[in-house]
Write a protein that binds this ligand. Structure first.
Ligand SMILES: [Zn+2]
Length: 392
């Protein structure tokens, strides 16, 4: 076991430069979840957030957009739990940053990810923004808080093997968080779960991370299962950009993988939205529940806004938001993604965008998968089945 940990650690260090590719949820997923979170707020907050919906949604990807410019940004988006221990890492990791830094060193935490503490830090900035009645800051930090909370919902954000790069599954990150949601959003089962005040926000985000970690085995293993019907030629699509060949999973493979793992992606997306709304609500509560009306001009939603909110809430209830193209994430806009992001949409003219409506939604698993009670192995390597060698 120790040997494996070392080899994973070494490999993680060697593949470090690939890190910019790991952007949780892609822009599409982040924006969809953030929009749905607005519908789950109590009325006392919802009018303000709905008035600013396009901005909150758009800015929810700002933390990814600045990764290319700010080298300190990247590690705020994940935490590689298996770096800290292969066995029961959550039992060994103190929840509070100071205690964790005492045990593992602050440098190590900054290297292997700080997402739980970034969530709390950003939540505290939002509390201040509410206290100061600062509209622009409320929008900015609500959007950024949404981003980091959403990142914590992605299983591949809890492992050194974040892209399947250690188990010959490179590209898995983009497949899971971008290609699948973009292809299958209309088959996902969104529902309106009202936000609730979090008694302990730090515990809440740790719980999310532990659940994410619990889904890792399935994330990797189901890729291997889906691969059985494919050859390297059918499993991948190659494209050439800027003199480089890029490989991504083919749409046919995405369809096969989705049949196995789609319920999991759906579940993580669906449960992320009320958690985002709950973090917003908790920040507002901590700031003393300020009246947001005076921050709006006019202070209440106009008739047209009210009607449009009502129809969107209805669509959410009927789970037709995506089918009706009511998600802002579905709108075509000029690409603003970070230049180093590698994802399906980047593949250029050789790869047409996926159809908006998949034709075989019937086979998509709809049951929420249950996370394993015991959090165990997280890499194919640890399972010892195939291709455990890491590439120097
Ligand atoms: Zn991120």
């Amino acid at each position: 076991m120790k040997k494996l940990v070392l080899s994973l650690g070494l490999a993680a260090a060697l593949v470090g430069p690939l890190a910019p590719a790991a952007h949780a949820w892609g822009f599409f997923g982040h924006r969809a979840i953030t929009q749905i979170a607005v519908y789950e707020l109590p009325a006392s907050m919802q009018a303000f957030y709905f008035r600013h919906l396009p901005e909150v949604v758009r800015k929810s990807t700002a933390p990814d957009e600045r990764r290319a410019k700010d080298p300190a940004e990247a590690t705020r988006h994940f935490i590689d739990m298996d770096h800290f221990s292969e066995e029961k890492p959550f039992a060994k990791m103190p929840r509070a940053f100071d205690a964790a830094a005492d045990k593992f060193s602050a440098d190590t935490l900054h290297k292997y990810g700080t997402v739980p503490w970034t969530v709390i830090e950003t939540k505290n900035k939002l509390v201040s923004a509410f206290s100061e009645r600062d509209t622009a800051a409320i929008i900015t930090y609500s959007a950024e808080l949404a981003h980091y909370v959403e990142d914590a919902f992605v299983p591949l954000h809890t492992t050194v093997n974040y892209d399947g790069q250690l188990t010959n599954q490179a590209g898995l990150h983009g497949l899971w968080e971008s290609q699948l949601p973009e292809r299958f959003i209309t088959t996902y089962k969104f529902d309106a779960v009202p936000a609730s005040v979090l008694k302990n926000p730090l515990d809440a985000i740790w719980e999310v991370i532990q659940q994410s970690y619990g889904f890792l085995s399935a994330t990797f293993d189901l890729e291997a299962t889906a691969s059985k019907g494919f050859t390297p030629q059918t499993k991948y699509t190659y494209s050439h950009r800027f003199g480089k060949t890029q490989r991504r999973y083919s749409d046919a493979f995405a369809d096969a993988y989705n049949k196995l793992v789609g319920g999991q992606v759906d579940f993580r997306m669906r449960t992320a939205a009320p958690m985002v709304a709950s973090f917003w609500l908790t920040a507002w509560q901590e700031a003393g529940r300020p009246d947001l009306g005076p921050l709006m001009t006019p202070p209440k939603l106009r008739k047209t806004e009210k009607d449009s909110l009502d129809s969107q809430l209805k669509a959410l209830k009927a789970n037709t938001l995506a089918q009706d193209q009511q998600l802002l994430a579905q709108r075509k806009e000029k690409k603003v993604e970070a230049p180093d992001e590698v994802k399906a949409a980047d593949a250029g003219e050789a790869l047409p965008p996926p159809p908006p409506e998949p034709t075989t939604p019937a086979e998509t698993p709809t049951e929420a998968p249950t996370a394993p009670a015991k959090v165990k192995i997280k890499t194919k390597g640890a399972a010892g089945t195939e291709k455990t060698k890491t590439k120097p």
